[in-house]
Structures are given as C-alpha cells and as structure tokens.
Design a protein around this ligand. Structure first.
Ligand SMILES: NC(=O)C[C@H](N)C(=O)O
Length: 323
C-alpha cells in the first residue's frame, strides 16, 4: 500500500463558477473524496491546510506548508501532493524544492478551469499528480509540478498563459517527464541541490523589472528595511545607465542585489562591456543568477538570507540555479 498525503491550499482547482461565470472559492473543496479512479494499492489522506486564492500566498505560509510536509515524511508517508492556485504555484513549488530534503515525491498541481466549468482540468490533474507521487520513479527528484500530463521541475517551470490549460512550461530546458496512460515516465535526470532547512523567512525582499528609460527612482524609493532586491534585467543581463547611481546606493547599504534576465529563455551573464552592461554590473557586486526567472530568484534569495547566508556564500548559493 502506498500512502499519499494530499494538502489542499486553495486556487481554482478548489473553486466553482457561478451562473455569470465568475469564479470564487467553494465552502467545501470539490476534490475531497474524489479518489475513486485510483487503484486499491494507493491510500489517500486529504487535509485542507489553507483555502486561499494563490495571490494570497506568502513566504510565511510556504514555510508552514514545508514544515507540514517535513512532519508527514517523518511520520512515514510515501508521497505528498499539494493542490495550489496557479498564479503563484511556481513560487510555492520552488520554495518547497529549496527547503525540503525529502526523498519522497512532493508533487504540486492546480487547475485552470474551476470544478464545475466545462472541460475542467482539476480532477484530471489531481489524479495524475497522485499517480506521480505514488510512483517510485518520482523519488529523489525534489519538488515536481504536474499539470496537463507533463512533469516539470519546480526549479524551472513557469506559468505562461493566463487561461490555457497548457499554461505550465519549462523554457530553455523542457519538462522532465510525462504521465502517460500506462505510467509515469521520466526522460531527464535532475541535478541535486542543497536543501536549506530554514525555520523563518526574511521579509522585505523585493522584485523590480527593468525597462527602456529606467532610472534610479524606484531603487531610491525602496524602504530602509530592504533586505534584498531582485532585478529582471534586459537581455543577457544589462541595465540602463541612469539606474547605476541608485544601485550603488543600495550596495553601499549592503543590500544584496540579484540579477536575472527578463527574457523568457536563456541565462543571464555579464559580457557586455558598456555603461550599464553586465561586465560593469558584476564588477559593482551584483549577483547574477542563471536560469531562474525573477519570481523564483526572489524565492531563492529569501531562502538563502533566511538560512543566514551572506557575502560570498550567498553569492555562490544564488549564482547557480542548480547549486
Ligand atoms: N488557475 C488558478 O488557480 C488561478 C487563481 N487565480 C489562483 O491562483 O488561485
């Protein structure tokens, strides 16, 4: 018997639409008890840890979820499925990926259509996520995201479409597996990373996106208690020259600044040697983070800071998406 713990956190997967088509949280989660299509060898226990639209999710709640999963693993469950709203699903999944040292499968899923809409994908994704969590093949793979028959790493998956059920994609690298009619199949190996078993989350870590003509206004407006900043920079990792004085003022205050690209594909690297180019930004002490998008780099910076990392340690931790 394989014991799977389901932790419902809310999102469209647990919502219903009214006659006007407006979607809102339901009093009772429509997925509770919906496990008839699984074989007798999978036993599911479900718990509603939160019932929130995912824009209401916070790093503090992500930590609560991680701690619940740690307790469940210590108590002997064989796998965990988290149902979650899709808007911030990638952030929670990546937070779990960074803060759990689980050997059991931890699978996050959600839905783009609510439970009573035509073509609802909630029950289907839920069942495939349970099948993935129950598969021995899914062990030692960190946190996985299962949507629309695809298995993605929490590390690189992102929501790419506002409404389409095929919204979750992994730019640059692709999904690592598929859920087929016959089973759960992996086609790529995952590189393991360090787990930070944090018990607090550092607040006031911000994310800003660069644009043509950007100056120092937003950087100077950051509050005194800023603990970290992630910038989605231009192209390979460059910023407009007028941002530089504001960035330098933050660095002088010892605020760690992490840079990713606002491009959907590729990695940020400092090789343009002009004013505001990546070469200068790296020399200033800005940390380049390769392969993560802005929202995930922010989660990584929060976890690194919450783990007490500073200076060269923090740089090494954030620099490489696979470390
Ligand atoms: N599809 C969804 O789950 C979107 C919803 N707004 C949420 O993230 O809670």
């Amino acid at each position: 018997m394989t014991n799977i713990l389901v932790l419902h956190t809310g999102g469209t997967i647990s919502m219903t639409a009214n006659a006007a088509g407006d979607v809102a949280p339901s009093a009772e989660n429509p997925l509770m008890g919906q496990v008839d299509q699984l074989g007798a060898d999978i036993h599911v226990t479900a718990e509603e840890i939160f019932n929130l639209p995912s824009p209401h999710m916070t790093p503090e709640l992500m930590l609560e979820l991680a701690q619940r999963i740690r307790r469940a693993e210590a108590n002997g469950v064989d796998g965990v499925v988290v149902t979650h709203g899709t808007d911030t699903l990638e952030e929670t999944a990546y937070f779990l990926d960074l803060t759990l040292d689980s050997t059991i499968p931890v699978v996050v899923t959600g839905a783009m259509r609510s439970s009573n809409e035509i073509g609802s994908d909630g029950l289907y994704n839920f069942i495939t996520a349970i099948r993935t969590a129950a598969s021995p093949e899914s062990r030692h793979k960190g946190c996985l995201v299962v949507m629309n028959d695809e298995i993605h790493t929490a590390r690189f998956v992102t929501k790419t479409h506002t409404t389409n059920v095929a919204t979750f994609r992994t730019p640059t690298f692709g999904p690592i597996g598929l859920v087929t009619k016959d089973g759960v199949r992996f086609f790529q190996e995952l590189i393991n990373q360090e787990a930070c078993l944090i018990d607090n989350v550092v607040p006031n870590v911000f994310l800003l996106k660069a644009y043509a003509g950007m100056d120092a206004t937003l950087f100077d407006a950051l509050p005194k208690n800023t603990n970290g900043l992630v910038i989605e920079a231009l192209g390979a990792g460059n910023l407009p020259p007028a941002t530089l004085p504001g960035l330098q003022r933050l660095l002088d205050r010892h605020v760690p600044i992490v840079l990713v690209s606002r491009c959907f594909n590729g990695v940020a690297e400092g090789f343009y040697d002009y004013e505001g180019g990546g070469v200068e930004l790296e020399k200033m002490g800005i940390i380049f983070c390769q392969g993560l998008n802005g929202q995930k780099a922010r989660i990584k910076l929060i976890v690194g800071l919450s783990d007490g990392k500073q200076g060269a340690d923090l740089k090494a931790y954030v620099n490489n998406a696979i470390s």
